[in-house]
Design a protein around this ligand. Structure first.
Ligand code: SAM
Length: 317
């Protein structure tokens, strides 16, 4: 057994030859997200994104890290004039014919074919939290050291002092001077670079990263790395049997705007307002439909839930 850096073990476990994300089940087989858990929620999100695309005058939609294309199908159904492109690490699943697909290496690496995107909205929902990053911990002498892992058991031990690049990132985004022994830093530089690479592929339009994350005033010093498997949270073991995810330092990503999902979706007309009771008498079917939309909207914007996700928005320069 070799002790391995978390970054390396994590990358192999998710994107290696028999990596977790290559399983036929896809992400939806293990956890639910805004795009694929409940169809009505995905539909509300798709409507909001179509509103945004119309405001921004863009007509191509790229779903980065799209799972099995669940959101793409919603966008295509509600906006058939939109050119939809899915990007994920598996080959194209069964999707409506006009939806294009680009296969990607995975993690922080992007496919060459994804380039020159014009008049495009790139949407990356819960991608960056599965881009592996180095994990460091403060030792008894106050030194920040890289955490190593045994890939078959998930056992950990401390390795060398964190690299110069990691320290430099910490100085800018996650100061360590007030940290105590055992405190952790999930070093976001790999996510920043992956995001930067994605932005460099957009010639005109915008890109949005949506994830559970933190900003400089709310860094989680206990560490957030965890696993998910068949709907349950599990101990993170990098053996390909479970998802591995850690919250994203959203403010270190290049962005023009950073806001929570509640605020972002309110701007796009997602309100969660209950329909008037009178409608139930006049048109019961319309009332039930409006009620279902309102409950999906409420779920997307809920405090303590999806509404707390952060949106980093960056326009092409
Ligand atoms: C947490 S899942 C989210 C899936 C979907 N966006 C959703 O909201 O349900 C992360 C997805 O990102 C994909 N992924 C990770 N790195 C990628 C990369 N470099 N290129 C394309 N897809 C990637 C994984 O294969 C996985 O399907």
């Amino acid at each position: 057994m070799t002790w391995t850096s978390w970054q390396q073990a994590w990358d192999r476990a998710l994107y290696g030859e028999s990596g977790f994300y290559r399983q036929a089940a896809g992400p939806a087989g293990h956890f639910s997200t805004a795009t694929q858990g409940v169809p009505q929620i995905g539909e509300q999100l798709a409507r909001a994104l179509l509103t945004l695309m119309s405001r921004e005058s863009v007509d191509t939609f790229v779903d980065m890290g799209c799972g099995r294309g669940e959101l793409l199908e919603q966008i295509h159904r509600l906006g058939p004039h939109i050119h939809c492109i899915g990007v994920d690490i598996v080959s194209r699943p069964q999707l409506s014919k006009p939806i294009d697909w680009v296969q990607s290496p995975g993690g922080g690496q992007l496919p060459q074919a994804l380039d020159g995107l014009s008049d495009t909205l790139v949407f990356a929902n819960e991608w960056l939290d599965v881009v592996p990053c180095p994990i460091a911990e403060v030792d008894e002498d106050g030194e920040l050291r890289e955490v190593l892992v045994n890939p078959s058991t998930g056992d950990e031990r401390l390795g060398d002092p964190a690299s110069d690049i990691s320290r430099q990132w910490c100085r800018l985004f996650w100061p360590t001077d007030r940290l105590e022994t055992g405190d952790r830093v999930e070093i976001g530089q790999t996510r920043d670079l992956a995001w930067e690479d994605l932005l460099s592929r957009v010639v005109s339009g915008l890109a949005i990263a949506v994830d559970y994350g933190h900003t400089t005033d709310s860094r989680p010093v206990a560490g957030t790395l965890t696993g998910f498997k068949q709907g349950r949270q599990v101990v993170p073991v990098p053996d390909g049997s479970c998802d591995l995810t850690a919250h994203v330092a959203m403010d270190s990503l290049r962005h023009d705007e950073l806001m929570d999902q509640r605020a972002a979706l309110r701007q796009l007309g997602v309100s969660g307002q209950i329909p008037p009771h009178d409608l139930a008498r006049v048109n019961p079917t319309a009332y039930l439909h409006a009620l279902s939309n309102a409950s999906a909207a409420a779920a997307l914007t809920a405090r303590g839930g999806l509404g707390d996700f952060l949106w980093a928005v960056s326009h092409a320069r």
